[in-house]
Design a protein around this ligand. Structure first.
Ligand SMILES: [Ca+2]
Ligand SMILES: [Ca+2]
Ligand SMILES: [Ca+2]
Ligand SMILES: [Ca+2]
Length: 338
């Protein structure tokens, strides 16, 4: 077994598809040597989710193209499609359509699209956890203990005696946050995470029993004045750090309206835990339905509520994107990977 230093492990994680907040922060600590800024946790997730939970908003066409591609293809495959020529891209999209049309009647219906999007989501989460599990050199291992996790994540390379007190404090916060997640993920209370438990540790947003930790972490990140709720300014500054320094762009004004209209359900001007949960983790099934309806609505030229392969290929930009600018990686890709 190759012994890696913690720094090497952390560097490997840079290429991982998705990293929990603490790893990103740890990287910036290790690489910069100073704690310059904290990267907002899972900001991409929240910004994706917020668009998706607004079905009405989506149907009006106010959607995020990148999100559509990721929902339809999976995060990793979405980027691979970006590297294909338009012809290659359409050819592979056609192969996908045959898979999505599970009863082979030539029409992709809403339930077929919903099943596909749920499958893609699940696959992404599992693949991501497999990559991380391998980074921890746990292939074949039954479980990971807390001590092993701590050693491999924070390790001895991070000599706390050399840290200033602010850095030390942030390390403590990161470890506390990990411990909270770890305990909640460890459903059989044996102090170790099986791979299945680890999947939920890494992607708590997909596991109902982990929801409270996602709400808590979101609140911790955004609630700057620590009054236990998120004000509209705390909400806005998280996505637009230049708040107060520049003239407000239109998308920020739109976000303010979203906060008032969709997020602050009881209209008291703040987001409480319940409202945060509704925001960052709307029901998974609703999610897949909303995205499916959006895709069908946009591509359904004949307006019969279903999609033919022709309709999907005619709207390939919607499903897989269109910028084939970098062909360098295209030929590494195996054609039967889907
Ligand atoms: Ca069908
Ligand atoms: Ca366990
Ligand atoms: Ca607050
Ligand atoms: Ca409220």
């Amino acid at each position: 077994m190759v012994t890696l230093t913690v720094t090497d492990v952390q560097k490997e994680k840079m290429v991982a598809i998705k990293m929990p907040h603490f790893q990103i922060v740890l990287l910036s600590l290790l690489l910069n040597g100073v704690l310059s800024s904290i990267i907002p946790e899972n900001h991409d997730r929240r910004s994706q989710v917020k668009d998706l939970s607004d079905l009405e908003h989506q149907l009006k066409g106010g959607h995020n193209a990148e999100y559509d591609h990721e929902a339809f293809l999976g995060k990793e495959k979405a980027h691979e499609f970006d590297r294909l020529t338009p012809e290659q891209s359409k050819q592979r999209l056609g192969v996908l359509v045959d898979k999505i049309d599970s009863n082979n009647d030539g029409l992709v219906t809403e339930p077929e699209m919903v099943a596909w999007i749920k499958y893609i989501q699940r696959r992404y989460v599992t693949e991501d956890a497999k990559t991380q599990w391998a980074n921890y050199e746990l292939e074949g291992a039954a479980s990971m203990s807390w001590d092993y996790y701590m050693e491999r994540t924070y390790g001895s390379a991070t000599d706390e005696t050399e840290m200033n007190s602010e850095t030390k404090l942030h390390f403590k916060e990161m470890k506390d946050r990990d411990y909270r997640r770890f305990k909640l993920a460890d459903v059989d209370y044996d102090g170790k995470l099986t791979f299945t438990e680890y999947v939920n540790f890494l992607h708590p947003e997909d596991a109902p029993h982990m929801r409270e930790v996602v709400v808590k972490e979101t609140l911790d990140d955004l609630d700057k004045n620590k009054d236990g709720r998120i004000s509209i300014d705390e909400y806005i500054v998280d996505m637009w750090p230049d708040m107060g320094k520049e003239t407000e762009p239109e998308w920020v004004t739109t976000e303010r309206e979203h906060f008032e209209k969709w997020r602050d359900l009881n209209k008291d001007g703040f987001l409480d835990s319940n409202e945060i949960q509704h925001w960052v983790m709307p029901d998974d099934y609703d999610h897949a339905i909303a995205e499916s309806r959006h895709l069908i609505y946009e591509a359904d030229s004949s307006k019969d509520g279903n999609l033919t392969k022709r309709e999907i290929l005619d709207h390939s930009d919607l499903f897989v994107g269109s910028q084939a600018t970098d062909f360098g990686e295209a030929f590494k890709y195996s054609h039967d990977e889907f």
